[in-house]
Design a protein around this ligand. Structure first.
Ligand SMILES: O=C([O-])CC(=O)C(=O)O
Ligand SMILES: [Mg+2]
Length: 423
């Protein structure tokens, strides 16, 4: 990042007050009467009601619209393990996106834990206070064990955003990009650089959406994950293919799709040059992609390119997923976010990109026109129709798959965050 941009980013976080989030009041608190309702003695009444029936917490507190954003800072963006406190700007940032795009309140929690079990126990012991838990930037393979254990122990949705949010957005973008390239997921040869949480979840979801396991080549730091390797954990081993290919140079030859979920500048122009016609490159390492979009386009004019960044077209980033997926899950009081809900989100997102772009989006991106095609394969985060379409699809799937404790909301589809309480 240039010095100017770096300073602008630091100033944005520091001024006029430190941080990006604040807490607001939802009730009048001007008079003694107000305070006697908000606090002692009035507050005792909802306490008694909740003690009688825990479900009353949804009626008398903010629980139902409150998500914990929890990290141990062990895999912050593509920056690596910088520790819990250094992850706080990202976790506050997720809170900003929850609120801005889906009207969801959140608290960021950075956990210092000595072990995976200690982390699980910490989160499980505070789980009941939230409507949902968004796990963020936790490294693999620990993240898999953490998510599985918390899902089992909690009766609220637990969602590891870097896995499932990223996977949903990648699948939606890829289905559209393949269509534009005149290819299909079932026949696409896919190279995935990275074998961490996002990579594993993305490839799993792509297989659920129709990709063939034998067409997927996943690489970690030691090269192609193949069946002859003895250094694979159980999560990577699921992607071991019977193949003589060993390096990225080998695997990329003739590939239709490159998905980068690894680190900056790990995909070279010479490697892009070896891909099939109309190559699809999702270089999703944040903040610096595996290949810069300008470099990719200079190398191949036929490239269909996405990154995780807000400052280039085709932002393949989980911001398009988690705020809206949680909105739908919270509004039907889903006990989990299951595969059917994820796939419903993929299709809602994919289909929205095919609808005409609204003026709101054009203005936000200072563009005169934008149409479904190479430069626009996925909706932008500022598209207010995301709030209309994705929560509705997710809520519907939750109801149909039996994890919703409430019916499909009568006030859906949502037209704006002002409508979230159905008033
Ligand atoms: O924060 C972002 O831009 C996307 C994300 O979750 C990550 O890179 O870990
Ligand atoms: Mg993340």
């Amino acid at each position: 990042m240039s010095d100017d941009k770096r300073q602008a980013a630091l100033d944005y976080h520091a001024k006029p007050i430190p941080g990006k989030l604040s807490v607001e009041l939802t009730k009048p608190t001007e008079t003694a009467k107000h305070l006697s309702l908000a606090y002692s003695p009035g507050v005792a009444e909802p306490c008694r009601e909740i003690a009688l029936d825990p479900e009353n917490a949804y009626l008398y507190t903010g629980k139902g619209n409150l998500v914990a954003v929890v990290s141990d800072g062990s895999a912050i963006l593509g920056l690596g393990n910088l520790g819990p406190l250094a992850s706080k700007p990202v976790m506050e940032g997720k809170g900003v996106l929850f609120k801005r795009f889906a009207g969801i309140n959140s608290v960021d929690i950075e956990v210092e834990a000595d072990s995976t079990q200690a982390f699980i126990d910490t989160v499980a012991s505070i789980a009941n206070t939230w409507g949902g838990i968004n796990l963020e930037d936790i490294k693999a393979p620990e993240c898999f064990e953490i998510e599985a254990a918390l899902k089992q122990r909690c009766s609220i949705p637990v969602f590891h955003d870097d896995q499932h949010g990223t996977a949903i957005v990648t699948a939606a973008g890829l289905l559209n990009a393949l269509d534009i390239a005149g290819k299909t997921l079932a026949h696409a040869r896919i190279v995935c650089l990275g074998a961490g949480s996002a990579a594993i979840a993305c490839m799993k979801l792509l297989i659920e959406c129709g990709a063939r396991a034998e067409n997927i080549f996943m690489l970690d730091r030691n090269g192609v994950i193949h069946s002859g390797r003895s250094d694979l954990n159980q999560y990577k081993a699921q992607f071991a293919t019977e193949t003589p290919l060993r390096t990225l140079d080998d695997a990329i030859e003739g590939a239709d799709v490159f998905v980068g979920l690894s680190g900056p500048n790990l995909f070279k122009p010479e490697q892009l040059a070896k891909m099939a016609a109309n190559p699809i490159v999702f270089a999703c390492s944040n903040p610096d992609p595996e290949i810069h979009p300008d470099v990719a386009r200079a190398t191949r004019s036929d490239v269909i390119m996405g990154t995780g960044r807000s400052d280039y077209p085709n932002q393949v980033n989980n911001v398009l997923g988690f705020p809206f997926i949680f909105r739908g899950a919270l509004d039907v009081r889903a006990t989990a976010i299951n595969e059917k809900m994820k796939i419903a989100a993929v299709h809602a997102l994919k289909d929205l990109a095919r609808e005409p772009v609204t003026k709101e989006v054009l203005d936000a991106y200072e563009l005169d026109s934008l149409e479904f095609g190479r430069g626009y394969i996925i909706p932008t985060p500022v598209d207010s129709r995301l709030l209309e379409k994705i929560p509705a699809a997710v809520a519907q799937a939750a109801v149909e798959s039996g994890v919703a404790k409430k019916p499909y909301p009568a006030h859906y589809p949502l037209k704006s965050v002002k409508a979230i309480y159905g008033q």
